[in-house]
Design a protein around this ligand. Structure first.
Ligand SMILES: [Zn+2]
Length: 319
């Protein structure tokens, strides 16, 4: 909203250049600028422990689409306090913590929307007079019941789905007994004696298998989930696994006969993390490709470090 008259004295405002702000409505009588004003609201995706979202029907907003809990910020409140208050008022749910996901400019209403995801325990929803009905809906279905792509509701649900893929993936790989079978004989894979052996004999072929897989995945990820989502997976998964992988590799080296290879520790840790990030991207894309195959090798307790033949026909060289 742009002011035409001074809200204090009622004088018609002039336009005056104010520093970096440019031309701003200004009251000559009060000597004060009146910057454009807009309202701020929160929007909260409440998700329970079963991965269900609280969806509301508010006929005054839409009879076609469901909406998430939302409401205006009152002066003196933090956005988090508004989120907590609105969720309690509209659906009668209390939650411990919520995560800020992003801020969104809602052009249609000239409003700043602050988006949160809150985790709450499943309970009956007690609706306020402003809400016509409310129910828990699995997030996968909920995303098709709100305004489509571009709406803040959609963005929040989409974000939850993306994050839950990373979170589920991290949970899955946390249980891996890293390198527990390294050095032990095995028919499934080609065993190599050392990292140097792997580099000398298998690296060239490994790269020739690996590179087209990466190209294919990069393109597919860009199209299906977007670069930002893929970057987000890389960041989340690497950060979550960084310590585990480093420690496990160190303890493997301490118990195994690979002392001479400590110069490559960093490279190996990076390689493992990178493989896992790509495996997580494959999971997000719902495909089982090369990196899902590598993930299985890690789950079998070996370190893949080369490839014999092509993929998927050949087999991995492992330590
Ligand atoms: Zn004035």
């Amino acid at each position: 909203m742009r002011f035409k008259y001074c809200p204090d004295c009622g004088e018609r405002l002039i336009i005056k250049p104010i520093g970096d702000e440019g031309d701003v409505p200004f009251c000559e009588k009060c000597g004060c600028p009146w910057f454009d004003m807009f309202s701020s609201a929160v929007i909260v995706l409440v998700v329970n422990e079963y991965g269900e979202a609280a969806l509301l029907r508010q006929n005054y907003m839409s009879t076609e689409y469901r909406v998430l809990v939302s409401g205006f910020i009152k002066p003196g409140e933090s956005a988090e306090e508004t989120a907590r208050r609105e969720v309690a008022e509209e659906i009668g749910i209390e939650f411990d913590n919520c995560r800020l996901i992003g801020t969104y400019w809602f052009a249609k209403k000239g409003m700043m929307m602050i988006g949160f995801i809150a985790r709450a325990e499943k309970a009956d929803l007690t609706i306020s007079g402003e809400v016509d009905s409310a129910e828990w809906v699995p997030v996968e279905n909920a995303i098709n019941m709100v305004h489509g792509k571009g709406s803040v509701s959609y963005e929040l649900l989409d974000e939850y789905l993306k994050r839950s893929v990373s979170e589920r993936f991290i949970e899955e790989v946390r249980s891996i007994k890293w390198f527990k079978n390294s050095g032990k004989p095995c028919d499934k894979y080609l065993l190599v004696r050392s990292i140097y052996d792997a580099y000398d004999n298998w690296n060239a072929n490994y790269l020739s298998v690996w590179e087209p897989q990466i190209c294919f995945l990069e393109k597919l990820a860009e199209k299906m989930i977007g670069d930002d989502a893929a970057d987000d997976i890389f960041e989340t998964v690497s950060m979550a696994l960084d310590k585990d992988i480093w420690n496990e590799w160190q303890s493997f080296r301490a118990r195994g006969g690979l002392e001479e290879e400590n110069a490559l520790d960093e490279e190996i840790a990076d390689m493992v993390k990178r493989d896992l990030c790509w495996a997580a991207v494959e999971k997000a894309l719902n495909i089982t490709g090369f990196f899902t195959a590598l993930l299985e090798i890690y789950q079998d307790g070996y370190l893949p470090c080369g490839w014999e033949g092509d993929f998927p026909n050949g087999r991995a060289a492992v330590i």
